[in-house]
Design a protein around this ligand. Structure first.
Ligand SMILES: C[S@@+](CC[C@H](N)C(=O)[O-])C[C@H]1O[C@@H](n2cnc3c(N)ncnc32)[C@H](O)[C@@H]1O
Length: 273
């Protein structure tokens, strides 16, 4: 049996061993902490580099995108030169030569909107407007785009012309073109669509698309004055019969149909009454 002194001595040895173990653990822990610090200080510049690379890549992508958009936005300008459609001479404002004197001038910068006068549906509408606009009558240009049909109608002697479009870029372009053609007193450009009976209008020019002409049919028909005419275009020839039937059901008779390639324009009329 160990004596009390021997037990105390054993306990002291055990406490000393424990203290040494703890100290060694503490030192290992401190070493690990130092290692971690080193790791963090090596990784942070690396993370900064990765971040810088990602930023640079983002900037590169946005530069490429801007260049591509700028190219797309301006490439068509090369093909947009003064041209005649019916009685109109359509000229971009940057054309080097003045418009010929023997035509109705329509100066158009479409910006990002539809309506240079080069598309068959616009041309069908311009030719029909030249036959249909009566001096002084009220005209609605539904889906005005660049404002080309509204400006053409005013040039033909229409009274007031309301030009509607849901696209803010089209509204901006159309307003600028109306000012450019000095027609701000006759042509009002408004952002929006036809929601119900409006006007009534003696002539509605609607170069839209078959689905939109279908959706807006009740509002269009209700906005046509008695004796008024509707030019409905932007549709493929194959959709013409359906649309004529739809508008017949709303009281509009078919007066004429013109085509250019695959495209059609319908002239529909509301009888006097
Ligand atoms: C084919 S472009 C016609 C542009 C111009 N009127 C022309 O003849 O060249 C059709 C235009 O109708 C607009 N549009 C489409 N849906 C419409 C809607 N529900 N109400 C008014 N405008 C609409 C488009 O934003 C576009 O500017």
């Amino acid at each position: 049996m160990p004596t009390l002194e021997e037990r105390v001595a054993g306990l002291e040895t055990a406490v000393t061993a424990l203290a040494e173990t703890l100290k060694a653990g503490q030192e290992q822990l401190a070493g690990a902490v130092e290692l971690l610090k080193d790791l963090v200080s090596t990784l942070s510049p690396l993370a900064d580099s990765v971040r810088t690379l990602a930023d640079a890549q983002g900037q590169l992508i946005s530069v490429v995108r801007t260049l591509a958009e700028a190219d797309w936005a301006h490439a068509w300008k090369e093909h947009f030169k003064p041209h005649r459609v019916g009685p109109f001479v359509i000229t971009p404002p940057w054309a080097a030569l003045p418009a010929p004197a023997d035509g109705l001038p329509v100066v158009i910068d479409p910006g990002l909107a539809f309506g240079t006068g080069l598309h068959p549906t616009t041309q069908l509408c311009l030719e029909l407007a030249a036959e249909l606009v009566r001096p002084g009558e009220t005209v609605l240009d539904l889906g005005t785009g660049s404002g080309i049909l509204a400006i053409a109608a005013a040039r033909l002697g229409a009274g007031q012309v309301l030009a509607l479009d849901i696209d803010p870029l089209a509204v901006k372009a159309a307003r600028a073109n109306v000012r450019r053609n000095r027609l701000s007193r006759q042509v009002k450009v408004v952002r929006g669509t036809l929601k119900g009976p409006t006007g009534p209008f003696g002539l509605i020019l609607a170069n839209l698309s078959a689905p939109v002409l279908t959706e807006l049919a009740p509002a269009i028909a209700a906005s046509l004055a008695s004796g008024g005419r509707l030019v409905a275009s932007g549709l493929l020839v194959g959709r013409a019969d359906d649309l004529e039937r739809l508008y017949a059901g709303l009281g509009l008779e078919s007066l004429d149909r013109r085509t250019s390639g695959d495209w059609a324009a319908l002239v529909l009329g509301r009888g006097q009454g």
